[in-house]
Design a protein. Structure first.
Ligand code: PFF
Length: 469
C-alpha cells in the first residue's frame, strides 16, 4: 500500500488495474484514507458547530445523526458501488451505467449536477480555509495571548472587513489545492490523513479537556444533546440533512470518483461505516470542544454564525498554557483537513476534462481553479462590501452554501438513491455488493429504496417551503 500511496490513482500503471485499464487502489484502506480525507474538513470543525448553534443545538444534532444513519450512509454505499461499477469519472460513470440500465440520457445529469456543486462549494470553501491559514500566523505571533473574548472578536471582525487580506489567503489556499491535484492526489492525501488526522483528533481532545476544566462543559452537553422540540424548524431539518450530505462529501461525485478506484472484492459496507463513524466523531468532539468556551463567555452567542470557531477557540488557546504552540498547530491542521477535502471537490471535474475533453492535468486545474476562485470573490465580498446585498434573504456566501448544501447535494443524493435502488437491475447491484451478507444487503437495499428517498423528498419539499414562506 505504501508504494501505491506515492501515485495518483489516475496515474497508477497497469499493474494495479482492472480489466479495461482503470487503476485501482491497493486495498480498501487506501479508500478509507482518501474518503476520510475528503469527509473530514471544515464541515466538521467549522460548519457543524456553528449551524448546530444557529439551530438551537440538541434537536438539530439529533436530526443530523438520523440523517447520517438513514440517508448518508446508505447513499454513500450506493455512490461507492456506482463508482466501482462505472470505473470512470462521475460524469462518464453515470453515462456508462445509464446505458447499461437501458435508461434515458437525462440520467447523466446526476454526474453533472454533482460536479458543478463541487466547484461551487470549492469557491467558498477556499475563502473559509483562507481564514484558517491567516489564523496560523496570528496564533503563532501571539496575537491572541491573554486576549479577552471582546478583543478576539475585534481581531476577527477586522480580518473580515479587509477584502484584500481575504483574497490573499483565499488565493494561497487555492494554489495549494491545485498543486496537489496537479501533482497527484494520493500522495498528499495519504500523508494528510494517516498522520495529520490523528494529530488533529488529539488536539481536539486537548481542547475538550480545556473546555471541561475551564469552560461550561455541562451547559455545552446540555445544549448539544438535550432534545428541545421547540427549536426544531423545517428549515433547520433541511439544513441538518444538507449537512449530512456535505460532511460525508456525498452528492457531488467525490466519493463516486474515489469508489472508482476501489478494489473488486473490498467490502463496501463496513468501509463506508468506518468513514461515517470517523467523520461523525470528529464533528461531535469539535462541538464539545467549542461550546464549553462559548458558554463560559457571555459575549459570544451560540448562534454567532460562521465566526464561531474563529472566535471561541482563540479565546481558549490565548488563555491556556502552551496555547501559542497548540493554537498554531490547531489551525495548521484545520487547514490541512480543509486541503484534503478541497482536493476531492475539484478532482471529479478535473478527471472528466482529462478523460473526455483531452485537457492536460495542468490546464484542467487552471481552468477549473480559476473559475472557482472568481466565484469565490463573491463570498469574500459578502463578508464586507456586499454584506447588505441579499438574494432571497441570503448574502452571496449564504446563498452559495444554501444552494449547494441544502438543494443540490440532497437532490443529487435523491437521484442516486433512486438510480441505485429502483433503476439499476437488482442482480447488478447485488453482484457489486456480493461480499455483504444477505441480511446486511437486504437491510441496506430496503432503506435505500424506501427510507432514504422518502426522507429526502419530505425534508426537501417542507424545508424549501418553510425557508421561503
Ligand atoms: N466533507 C467536507 C467537509 O466536511 O468539510 C466538504 C466536502 C468535500 C463536501 C468534498 C463535498 C465534497 F465532495
Amino acid at each position: 500500500m505504501a508504494e501505491q500511496q506515492q501515485q495518483s490513482p489516475a496515474e497508477v500503471d497497469g499493474s494495479g488495474s482492472v480489466p479495461g485499464g482503470h487503476p485501482v487502489w491497493s486495498s480498501r484502506w487506501t479508500f478509507v484514507l482518501a474518503a476520510t480525507g475528503s469527509a473530514v474538513g471544515l464541515g466538521n470543525i467549522w460548519k457543524f458547530p456553528y449551524i448546530a448553534g444557529e439551530n438551537g443545538g440538541g434537536a438539530f444534532v439529533l436530526v443530523y445523526l438520523l440523517c447520517i444513519l438513514l440517508v448518508g450512509i446508505p447513499v454513500m454505499v450506493a455512490e461507492v458501488m456506482l463508482g466501482r461499477r462505472g470505473r470512470q469519472s462521475p460524469i462518464n460513470t453515470m453515462r456508462r451505467l445509464t446505458t447499461e440500465a437501458g435508461l434515458e440520457r437525462h440520467w447523466h445529469a446526476i454526474g453533472w449536477l454533482g460536479v458543478i456543486a463541487g466547484l461551487m462549494i470549492l469557491s467558498y470553501y477556499a475563502v473559509i480555509a483562507g481564514w484558517a491559514l491567516n489564523y496560523i500566523g496570528k496564533m503563532a505571533s501571539g496575537a491572541f495571548q491573554g486576549a479577552s473574548a471582546d478583543q478576539v472578536a475585534i481581531i476577527f471582525a477586522d480580518l473580515l472587513s479587509d477584502p484584500k487580506a481575504l483574497i490573499l489567503w483565499q488565493t494561497v489556499f487555492m494554489i495549494l489545492t491545485l498543486l496537489v491535484v496537479i501533482g497527484g492526489v494520493t500522495r498528499g492525501l495519504g500523508v494528510a490523513v494517516r498522520i495529520l488526522m490523528p494529530v488533529l483528533f488529539v488536539l481536539l481532545l486537548i481542547l475538550l479537556v480545556f473546555g471541561i476544566q475551564r469552560g461550561d462543559f455541562a451547559q455545552a452537553v446540555n445544549f448539544l444533546f438535550s432534545f428541545n422540540y421547540e427549536a426544531l424548524t423545517w428549515a433547520g431539518v433541511l439544513e441538518a440533512m444538507g449537512h449530512a450530505f456535505f460532511t460525508l462529501s456525498l452528492g457531488m461525485g467525490a466519493i463516486m470518483a474515489y469508489g472508482a478506484y476501489m478494489p473488486e472484492h473490498a467490502r463496501i459496507g463496513r468501509t463506508v461505516l468506518a468513514v461515517g463513524f470517523l467523520d461523525t466523531v470528529v464533528a461531535l468532539v469539535a462541538g464539545l470542544a467549542i461550546f464549553p468556551i462559548v458558554f463560559a463567555n457571555p459575549s459570544i452567542a451560540p448562534g454567532a454564525g460562521p465566526g464561531l470557531l474563529f472566535v471561541s477557540l482563540p479565546i481558549a488557546f490565548g488563555n491556556m498554557t502552551g496555547g501559542l504552540l497548540f493554537g498554531s498547530l490547531f489551525f495548521v491542521l484545520v487547514t490541512l483537513a480543509a486541503w484534503s477535502s478541497a482536493i476531492s471537490l475539484i478532482e471529479p471535474a478535473v478527471a472528466y476534462l482529462i478523460e473526455s475533453k483531452k485537457f492536460t492535468r495542468i490546464t484542467a486545474n487552471l481552468l477549473l481553479g480559476g473559475i472557482a476562485w472568481i466565484v469565490g470573490l463573491g463570498s469574500v465580498l459578502s463578508f464586507n462590501i456586499w454584506a447588505e446585498k441579499q438574494v432571497a434573504g441570503f448574502n452571496f456566501f449564504e446563498f452559495m452554501d444554501f444552494l449547494t448544501s441544502s438543494v443540490m447535494l440532497p437532490l443529487t443524493g435523491l437521484f442516486i438513491a433512486l438510480f441505485a435502488g429502483w433503476l439499476m437491475r437488482p442482480e447488478t447491484v447485488r453482484s457489486e455488493l456480493a461480499d455483504e451478507s444477505g441480511r446486511v444487503f437486504a437491510s441496506w437495499y430496503w432503506i435505500l429504496r424506501y427510507v432514504s428517498p422518502i426522507a429526502v423528498g419530505i425534508i426537501f419539499v417542507m424545508g424549501l417551503y418553510k425557508t421561503f414562506s
